[in-house]
Design a protein. Sequence first.
Length: 438
Amino acid sequence: MTEPAADRFPRASFVVGSIVDYAGVARAKAVPRTRLDAFATAGMGASPSWNVFCADDQLAFTPEISVVGDLRLRIDESNLRDVGDGVVWAPADVFDQHGARSPLCTRGILERAIGALAADGIVARVGHELEFVLVGATPPGPWSAYGLGSVLERAGFAGDLLAAAHTAGLEIEQLHAEYGPDQFEISLAPRDPLGAADDVALARLLVSRVARAHGLRASFSPVPFAGGAGNGAHQHLSLVRDGVPVLSGGPGVHGLHHDGEAAIGGILHHLPDVMGVLAASALSGLRLQPGMWSGAHCCWGLENREAAVRLCAATAGNPHGASIEVKPIDPSANPYLSSAVILGMALDGIRRRLPLAEDVPMNPAELSDEARARAQVTLLPTDVPEMLARLQACAVARDVLGDAAIGALVSVRSAEHTAYAEKEPAEVAERLRFAWSA
Protein backbone atom coordinates (compact mmCIF):
# COMPACT_ATOMS: atom_id res chain seq x y z
CA MET A 1 0.00 0.00 0.00
CA THR A 2 1.28 3.48 -0.89
CA GLU A 3 2.32 5.57 2.10
CA PRO A 4 -0.12 8.48 2.64
CA ALA A 5 1.10 11.77 1.17
CA ALA A 6 0.83 13.42 4.58
CA ASP A 7 3.49 11.01 5.84
CA ARG A 8 5.66 11.08 2.71
CA PHE A 9 5.72 14.88 2.49
CA PRO A 10 5.25 16.24 6.02
CA ARG A 11 6.56 19.70 5.07
CA ALA A 12 4.41 20.16 1.98
CA SER A 13 2.07 23.13 1.99
CA PHE A 14 0.41 22.71 -1.38
CA VAL A 15 0.02 20.30 -4.25
CA VAL A 16 0.43 21.08 -7.95
CA GLY A 17 -0.88 18.96 -10.80
CA SER A 18 0.05 19.83 -14.37
CA ILE A 19 -0.56 18.78 -17.94
CA VAL A 20 1.38 19.53 -21.11
CA ASP A 21 -0.93 21.13 -23.67
CA TYR A 22 -0.99 20.91 -27.45
CA ALA A 23 1.47 23.79 -27.78
CA GLY A 24 3.91 21.91 -25.53
CA VAL A 25 3.32 24.32 -22.62
CA ALA A 26 2.89 23.14 -19.02
CA ARG A 27 -0.35 24.33 -17.39
CA ALA A 28 -1.32 23.59 -13.81
CA LYS A 29 -3.73 23.73 -10.92
CA ALA A 30 -2.68 23.94 -7.26
CA VAL A 31 -4.53 23.12 -4.04
CA PRO A 32 -3.72 23.19 -0.32
CA ARG A 33 -2.39 19.86 0.88
CA THR A 34 -5.64 19.37 2.79
CA ARG A 35 -7.45 19.08 -0.57
CA LEU A 36 -5.19 16.39 -1.97
CA ASP A 37 -7.93 13.77 -1.75
CA ALA A 38 -10.26 15.91 -3.87
CA PHE A 39 -7.50 16.43 -6.46
CA ALA A 40 -7.05 12.66 -6.68
CA THR A 41 -10.76 11.73 -6.83
CA ALA A 42 -13.13 14.40 -8.16
CA GLY A 43 -10.33 16.40 -9.75
CA MET A 44 -9.93 20.13 -10.26
CA GLY A 45 -11.95 22.01 -12.86
CA ALA A 46 -10.36 23.24 -16.08
CA SER A 47 -11.89 24.89 -19.13
CA PRO A 48 -11.82 22.97 -22.43
CA SER A 49 -9.85 25.98 -23.69
CA TRP A 50 -6.78 24.48 -22.03
CA ASN A 51 -6.58 22.20 -25.06
CA VAL A 52 -6.33 25.05 -27.56
CA PHE A 53 -4.00 27.51 -25.88
CA CYS A 54 -1.14 28.53 -28.15
CA ALA A 55 2.42 29.03 -26.95
CA ASP A 56 1.75 32.77 -26.57
CA ASP A 57 -1.60 32.16 -24.79
CA GLN A 58 -3.85 33.10 -27.70
CA LEU A 59 -6.78 30.72 -28.07
CA ALA A 60 -7.36 28.63 -31.18
CA PHE A 61 -10.96 27.50 -30.65
CA THR A 62 -12.44 24.81 -32.87
CA PRO A 63 -16.11 23.91 -33.52
CA GLU A 64 -15.73 21.22 -30.86
CA ILE A 65 -13.66 23.18 -28.31
CA SER A 66 -15.11 26.49 -27.12
CA VAL A 67 -15.94 28.49 -24.01
CA VAL A 68 -18.68 26.00 -23.11
CA GLY A 69 -18.09 22.92 -20.96
CA ASP A 70 -15.72 21.81 -18.24
CA LEU A 71 -13.04 19.21 -17.61
CA ARG A 72 -11.36 17.75 -14.55
CA LEU A 73 -7.65 17.42 -13.86
CA ARG A 74 -6.96 14.42 -11.67
CA ILE A 75 -3.67 13.26 -10.15
CA ASP A 76 -2.49 9.95 -8.75
CA GLU A 77 -1.04 10.24 -5.25
CA SER A 78 1.56 7.59 -6.04
CA ASN A 79 3.07 9.96 -8.65
CA LEU A 80 3.67 12.84 -6.24
CA ARG A 81 7.20 14.26 -6.18
CA ASP A 82 8.84 16.73 -3.81
CA VAL A 83 9.98 19.68 -5.93
CA GLY A 84 11.12 21.87 -3.04
CA ASP A 85 9.91 24.86 -1.02
CA GLY A 86 6.94 22.97 0.39
CA VAL A 87 5.57 22.05 -3.05
CA VAL A 88 4.72 18.54 -4.23
CA TRP A 89 3.90 17.90 -7.89
CA ALA A 90 2.29 15.19 -9.98
CA PRO A 91 1.36 14.83 -13.65
CA ALA A 92 -2.38 15.17 -14.21
CA ASP A 93 -4.82 13.24 -16.35
CA VAL A 94 -7.82 14.91 -18.01
CA PHE A 95 -11.34 13.59 -17.43
CA ASP A 96 -14.83 14.82 -18.20
CA GLN A 97 -17.24 15.76 -15.45
CA HIS A 98 -18.70 12.25 -15.38
CA GLY A 99 -15.36 10.57 -14.74
CA ALA A 100 -14.53 9.35 -18.25
CA ARG A 101 -11.05 9.95 -19.66
CA SER A 102 -11.10 12.83 -22.14
CA PRO A 103 -10.03 11.89 -25.70
CA LEU A 104 -7.79 14.97 -25.46
CA CYS A 105 -5.85 13.63 -22.45
CA THR A 106 -2.33 13.26 -23.77
CA ARG A 107 -1.27 10.85 -21.03
CA GLY A 108 -4.24 8.69 -21.99
CA ILE A 109 -3.21 8.79 -25.65
CA LEU A 110 0.26 7.53 -24.75
CA GLU A 111 -1.20 4.81 -22.53
CA ARG A 112 -3.22 3.55 -25.51
CA ALA A 113 -0.10 3.45 -27.68
CA ILE A 114 1.72 1.43 -25.01
CA GLY A 115 -1.25 -0.94 -24.83
CA ALA A 116 -1.18 -1.46 -28.61
CA LEU A 117 2.47 -2.55 -28.36
CA ALA A 118 1.69 -4.87 -25.47
CA ALA A 119 -1.03 -6.57 -27.53
CA ASP A 120 1.74 -7.62 -29.92
CA GLY A 121 4.04 -8.78 -27.13
CA ILE A 122 6.26 -5.68 -27.35
CA VAL A 123 7.62 -3.66 -24.43
CA ALA A 124 9.24 -0.28 -24.99
CA ARG A 125 11.64 1.77 -22.93
CA VAL A 126 12.26 5.44 -23.60
CA GLY A 127 14.97 7.86 -22.50
CA HIS A 128 14.81 11.59 -23.18
CA GLU A 129 17.58 14.12 -23.72
CA LEU A 130 16.69 17.75 -23.00
CA GLU A 131 18.63 20.79 -24.15
CA PHE A 132 18.13 24.24 -22.68
CA VAL A 133 19.84 27.62 -22.53
CA LEU A 134 20.40 29.60 -19.35
CA VAL A 135 19.65 33.30 -19.74
CA GLY A 136 20.92 35.81 -17.19
CA ALA A 137 21.44 39.49 -16.62
CA THR A 138 25.06 39.13 -17.68
CA PRO A 139 26.50 36.88 -20.38
CA PRO A 140 28.47 33.79 -19.36
CA GLY A 141 32.23 33.74 -19.30
CA PRO A 142 34.31 32.34 -22.16
CA TRP A 143 32.48 29.36 -23.62
CA SER A 144 33.74 26.16 -25.21
CA ALA A 145 31.32 23.59 -26.60
CA TYR A 146 31.32 20.62 -24.21
CA GLY A 147 34.07 22.43 -22.32
CA LEU A 148 35.20 21.66 -18.80
CA GLY A 149 35.39 25.35 -17.98
CA SER A 150 31.93 25.88 -19.44
CA VAL A 151 30.23 23.40 -17.16
CA LEU A 152 32.25 24.52 -14.13
CA GLU A 153 31.19 28.10 -14.84
CA ARG A 154 27.70 26.97 -13.79
CA ALA A 155 28.79 24.40 -11.17
CA GLY A 156 26.51 25.92 -8.55
CA PHE A 157 23.49 25.60 -10.80
CA ALA A 158 24.45 22.09 -11.89
CA GLY A 159 24.99 20.87 -8.33
CA ASP A 160 21.69 22.30 -7.11
CA LEU A 161 19.85 20.80 -10.09
CA LEU A 162 21.24 17.34 -9.40
CA ALA A 163 20.35 17.68 -5.71
CA ALA A 164 16.79 18.79 -6.56
CA ALA A 165 16.45 15.89 -9.00
CA HIS A 166 17.59 13.43 -6.32
CA THR A 167 15.01 14.77 -3.88
CA ALA A 168 12.28 14.54 -6.51
CA GLY A 169 13.24 11.02 -7.56
CA LEU A 170 14.31 12.09 -11.06
CA GLU A 171 17.29 10.13 -12.37
CA ILE A 172 19.59 12.39 -14.38
CA GLU A 173 22.30 10.21 -15.88
CA GLN A 174 24.38 12.92 -17.52
CA LEU A 175 24.75 16.70 -17.66
CA HIS A 176 27.11 18.60 -19.93
CA ALA A 177 27.71 21.96 -21.54
CA GLU A 178 26.38 22.00 -25.09
CA TYR A 179 27.38 23.79 -28.30
CA GLY A 180 25.85 27.23 -27.72
CA PRO A 181 26.76 29.75 -25.00
CA ASP A 182 25.18 28.76 -21.67
CA GLN A 183 23.48 25.80 -23.35
CA PHE A 184 23.25 22.52 -21.45
CA GLU A 185 21.88 19.05 -22.00
CA ILE A 186 20.63 16.54 -19.47
CA SER A 187 20.03 12.86 -20.19
CA LEU A 188 17.25 11.15 -18.27
CA ALA A 189 17.36 7.47 -17.37
CA PRO A 190 15.31 5.20 -19.66
CA ARG A 191 12.08 3.79 -18.31
CA ASP A 192 8.55 2.93 -19.44
CA PRO A 193 7.29 5.47 -22.01
CA LEU A 194 4.63 7.05 -19.78
CA GLY A 195 6.97 7.45 -16.82
CA ALA A 196 9.65 8.81 -19.16
CA ALA A 197 7.28 11.48 -20.51
CA ASP A 198 6.31 12.39 -16.94
CA ASP A 199 10.03 12.77 -16.22
CA VAL A 200 10.32 15.31 -19.06
CA ALA A 201 7.64 17.47 -17.43
CA LEU A 202 9.34 17.11 -14.05
CA ALA A 203 12.80 17.86 -15.45
CA ARG A 204 11.64 21.11 -17.07
CA LEU A 205 10.00 22.11 -13.81
CA LEU A 206 13.16 21.47 -11.80
CA VAL A 207 15.52 23.10 -14.30
CA SER A 208 13.33 26.20 -14.41
CA ARG A 209 13.04 26.45 -10.61
CA VAL A 210 16.75 25.96 -9.94
CA ALA A 211 17.65 28.46 -12.65
CA ARG A 212 15.44 31.12 -11.04
CA ALA A 213 17.05 30.42 -7.67
CA HIS A 214 20.37 31.34 -9.31
CA GLY A 215 19.04 34.54 -10.85
CA LEU A 216 18.71 32.91 -14.28
CA ARG A 217 15.96 31.82 -16.63
CA ALA A 218 15.98 28.52 -18.50
CA SER A 219 14.81 28.55 -22.11
CA PHE A 220 13.52 25.35 -23.68
CA SER A 221 12.67 27.15 -26.91
CA PRO A 222 13.62 25.34 -30.14
CA VAL A 223 15.64 28.48 -30.98
CA PRO A 224 16.11 30.79 -27.98
CA PHE A 225 18.04 33.37 -30.02
CA ALA A 226 17.71 33.81 -33.77
CA GLY A 227 20.91 32.67 -35.43
CA GLY A 228 22.02 30.80 -32.30
CA ALA A 229 22.10 27.16 -31.32
CA GLY A 230 18.81 25.28 -31.28
CA ASN A 231 17.47 23.14 -28.45
CA GLY A 232 16.55 19.53 -29.16
CA ALA A 233 14.44 17.04 -27.22
CA HIS A 234 15.84 13.80 -28.58
CA GLN A 235 14.11 10.57 -27.70
CA HIS A 236 15.81 7.19 -27.34
CA LEU A 237 13.72 4.07 -27.87
CA SER A 238 14.44 0.40 -27.24
CA LEU A 239 12.03 -2.45 -27.99
CA VAL A 240 11.79 -5.99 -26.63
CA ARG A 241 9.45 -8.57 -28.16
CA ASP A 242 8.63 -11.69 -26.20
CA GLY A 243 11.70 -11.07 -24.05
CA VAL A 244 14.11 -10.57 -26.97
CA PRO A 245 15.68 -7.13 -27.73
CA VAL A 246 14.95 -6.42 -31.39
CA LEU A 247 17.73 -3.87 -31.94
CA SER A 248 20.68 -6.17 -31.22
CA GLY A 249 21.79 -9.77 -31.54
CA GLY A 250 19.93 -10.35 -34.78
CA PRO A 251 20.98 -11.44 -38.28
CA GLY A 252 20.40 -8.09 -39.94
CA VAL A 253 22.62 -5.10 -40.57
CA HIS A 254 24.37 -3.88 -37.39
CA GLY A 255 22.79 -6.79 -35.48
CA LEU A 256 19.16 -5.78 -36.02
CA HIS A 257 16.42 -8.40 -35.82
CA HIS A 258 13.76 -8.34 -38.52
CA ASP A 259 11.39 -6.61 -36.08
CA GLY A 260 14.06 -4.01 -35.37
CA GLU A 261 14.58 -3.34 -39.08
CA ALA A 262 10.84 -3.04 -39.59
CA ALA A 263 10.45 -0.70 -36.59
CA ILE A 264 13.06 1.69 -37.98
CA GLY A 265 11.53 1.31 -41.42
CA GLY A 266 8.14 2.28 -40.01
CA ILE A 267 9.50 5.35 -38.27
CA LEU A 268 11.29 6.55 -41.39
CA HIS A 269 8.30 5.79 -43.61
CA HIS A 270 5.93 7.92 -41.55
CA LEU A 271 8.31 10.52 -40.09
CA PRO A 272 7.68 13.23 -42.73
CA ASP A 273 3.95 12.90 -42.03
CA VAL A 274 4.15 13.41 -38.25
CA MET A 275 6.44 16.43 -38.03
CA GLY A 276 3.31 18.37 -37.10
CA VAL A 277 3.57 16.53 -33.77
CA LEU A 278 7.33 16.60 -33.31
CA ALA A 279 8.47 20.06 -34.45
CA ALA A 280 5.76 22.41 -35.67
CA SER A 281 6.11 25.54 -33.54
CA ALA A 282 6.72 28.95 -35.10
CA LEU A 283 10.45 28.47 -34.37
CA SER A 284 10.95 24.78 -35.13
CA GLY A 285 11.88 25.24 -38.77
CA LEU A 286 14.84 27.46 -37.83
CA ARG A 287 16.37 24.53 -35.93
CA LEU A 288 15.45 21.71 -38.30
CA GLN A 289 18.20 22.40 -40.83
CA PRO A 290 21.15 20.38 -42.15
CA GLY A 291 24.37 20.89 -40.26
CA MET A 292 22.67 21.53 -36.92
CA TRP A 293 22.61 17.90 -35.65
CA SER A 294 18.84 18.17 -35.62
CA GLY A 295 18.16 15.12 -37.78
CA ALA A 296 16.88 17.16 -40.71
CA HIS A 297 17.62 14.33 -43.16
CA CYS A 298 15.05 11.53 -43.16
CA CYS A 299 17.40 8.54 -43.07
CA TRP A 300 19.15 6.34 -40.53
CA GLY A 301 22.68 5.38 -39.65
CA LEU A 302 24.87 3.81 -37.01
CA GLU A 303 25.91 6.60 -34.61
CA ASN A 304 25.07 9.17 -37.30
CA ARG A 305 24.11 12.43 -35.60
CA GLU A 306 22.94 14.11 -38.82
CA ALA A 307 20.44 11.32 -39.55
CA ALA A 308 16.88 11.62 -38.28
CA VAL A 309 17.21 8.15 -36.72
CA ARG A 310 20.52 7.25 -35.10
CA LEU A 311 21.18 3.63 -34.14
CA CYS A 312 23.10 3.32 -30.89
CA ALA A 313 24.50 -0.20 -30.91
CA ALA A 314 24.75 -2.56 -27.94
CA THR A 315 28.40 -2.20 -26.93
CA ALA A 316 30.43 -2.13 -23.74
CA GLY A 317 30.04 1.65 -23.82
CA ASN A 318 26.25 1.43 -23.93
CA PRO A 319 25.11 -0.27 -20.71
CA HIS A 320 21.40 0.15 -21.47
CA GLY A 321 21.72 -1.90 -24.66
CA ALA A 322 20.87 -0.90 -28.20
CA SER A 323 18.46 1.94 -28.89
CA ILE A 324 17.42 4.26 -31.65
CA GLU A 325 17.51 8.01 -31.16
CA VAL A 326 14.84 10.07 -32.91
CA LYS A 327 16.50 13.44 -33.33
CA PRO A 328 14.09 15.90 -35.02
CA ILE A 329 11.94 16.38 -31.90
CA ASP A 330 12.28 19.77 -30.21
CA PRO A 331 11.06 21.04 -26.81
CA SER A 332 7.91 22.62 -28.28
CA ALA A 333 6.52 19.11 -28.79
CA ASN A 334 4.22 17.53 -26.24
CA PRO A 335 6.33 14.60 -24.93
CA TYR A 336 3.31 12.33 -24.50
CA LEU A 337 2.15 12.86 -28.08
CA SER A 338 5.66 12.59 -29.54
CA SER A 339 6.23 9.31 -27.70
CA ALA A 340 2.84 7.99 -28.78
CA VAL A 341 3.41 8.63 -32.49
CA ILE A 342 6.93 7.17 -32.38
CA LEU A 343 5.59 3.99 -30.79
CA GLY A 344 2.76 3.92 -33.32
CA MET A 345 5.10 4.32 -36.29
CA ALA A 346 7.40 1.57 -35.01
CA LEU A 347 4.47 -0.78 -34.40
CA ASP A 348 3.03 -0.12 -37.86
CA GLY A 349 6.42 -0.92 -39.37
CA ILE A 350 6.60 -4.22 -37.45
CA ARG A 351 3.06 -5.25 -38.29
CA ARG A 352 3.43 -4.43 -42.01
CA ARG A 353 7.06 -5.57 -42.29
CA LEU A 354 7.98 -2.24 -43.83
CA PRO A 355 11.38 -2.40 -45.56
CA LEU A 356 14.43 -0.57 -44.25
CA ALA A 357 16.50 1.47 -46.68
CA GLU A 358 20.31 1.40 -46.67
CA ASP A 359 21.95 3.00 -43.67
CA VAL A 360 23.90 6.21 -44.18
CA PRO A 361 27.51 5.99 -42.88
CA MET A 362 28.38 9.67 -43.41
CA ASN A 363 26.93 13.16 -43.36
CA PRO A 364 23.82 12.81 -45.55
CA ALA A 365 24.47 16.23 -47.07
CA GLU A 366 27.65 14.85 -48.64
CA LEU A 367 26.04 11.87 -50.38
CA SER A 368 26.10 11.56 -54.13
CA ASP A 369 22.76 11.67 -55.92
CA GLU A 370 23.01 7.92 -56.51
CA ALA A 371 23.74 7.14 -52.86
CA ARG A 372 20.99 9.50 -51.74
CA ALA A 373 18.50 7.64 -53.94
CA ARG A 374 19.60 4.21 -52.66
CA ALA A 375 19.22 5.29 -49.05
CA GLN A 376 15.96 7.11 -49.86
CA VAL A 377 17.25 10.27 -48.18
CA THR A 378 14.96 13.29 -48.16
CA LEU A 379 14.80 16.46 -46.10
CA LEU A 380 12.04 16.57 -43.49
CA PRO A 381 9.41 19.27 -44.05
CA THR A 382 9.79 22.54 -42.17
CA ASP A 383 6.81 24.42 -43.62
CA VAL A 384 4.08 24.37 -40.97
CA PRO A 385 1.07 24.27 -43.34
CA GLU A 386 2.66 21.33 -45.17
CA MET A 387 3.37 19.56 -41.88
CA LEU A 388 -0.21 19.96 -40.71
CA ALA A 389 -1.72 18.86 -44.03
CA ARG A 390 0.43 15.73 -44.00
CA LEU A 391 -0.49 15.04 -40.36
CA GLN A 392 -4.20 15.26 -41.10
CA ALA A 393 -3.79 12.79 -43.96
CA CYS A 394 -1.66 10.30 -41.99
CA ALA A 395 -3.73 7.23 -41.07
CA VAL A 396 -1.24 6.00 -38.48
CA ALA A 397 -1.17 9.35 -36.68
CA ARG A 398 -4.96 9.49 -36.69
CA ASP A 399 -5.19 5.97 -35.32
CA VAL A 400 -2.69 6.69 -32.54
CA LEU A 401 -3.79 10.20 -31.55
CA GLY A 402 -7.48 10.26 -32.47
CA ASP A 403 -9.50 12.86 -34.33
CA ALA A 404 -9.96 15.12 -31.30
CA ALA A 405 -6.23 15.40 -30.59
CA ILE A 406 -5.32 16.02 -34.22
CA GLY A 407 -8.01 18.67 -34.47
CA ALA A 408 -6.69 20.50 -31.41
CA LEU A 409 -3.08 20.24 -32.50
CA VAL A 410 -3.77 21.48 -36.03
CA SER A 411 -5.82 24.40 -34.72
CA VAL A 412 -3.09 25.46 -32.28
CA ARG A 413 -0.19 25.20 -34.70
CA SER A 414 -2.15 26.87 -37.50
CA ALA A 415 -2.95 29.84 -35.27
CA GLU A 416 0.69 30.15 -34.22
CA HIS A 417 1.83 30.02 -37.83
CA THR A 418 -0.65 32.74 -38.81
CA ALA A 419 0.50 34.94 -35.95
CA TYR A 420 4.24 34.68 -36.63
CA ALA A 421 4.87 33.63 -40.23
CA GLU A 422 5.48 37.21 -41.42
CA LYS A 423 7.53 38.34 -38.42
CA GLU A 424 11.31 38.45 -38.24
CA PRO A 425 12.92 35.41 -36.56
CA ALA A 426 14.53 37.59 -33.89
CA GLU A 427 11.14 38.98 -32.89
CA VAL A 428 9.56 35.52 -32.74
CA ALA A 429 12.49 34.11 -30.76
CA GLU A 430 12.23 36.91 -28.20
CA ARG A 431 8.46 36.59 -27.86
CA LEU A 432 8.52 32.81 -27.30
CA ARG A 433 11.87 32.44 -25.52
CA PHE A 434 10.38 31.23 -22.25
CA ALA A 435 7.06 29.82 -23.49
CA TRP A 436 8.14 26.23 -22.79
CA SER A 437 9.74 26.88 -19.38
CA ALA A 438 7.98 25.91 -16.17
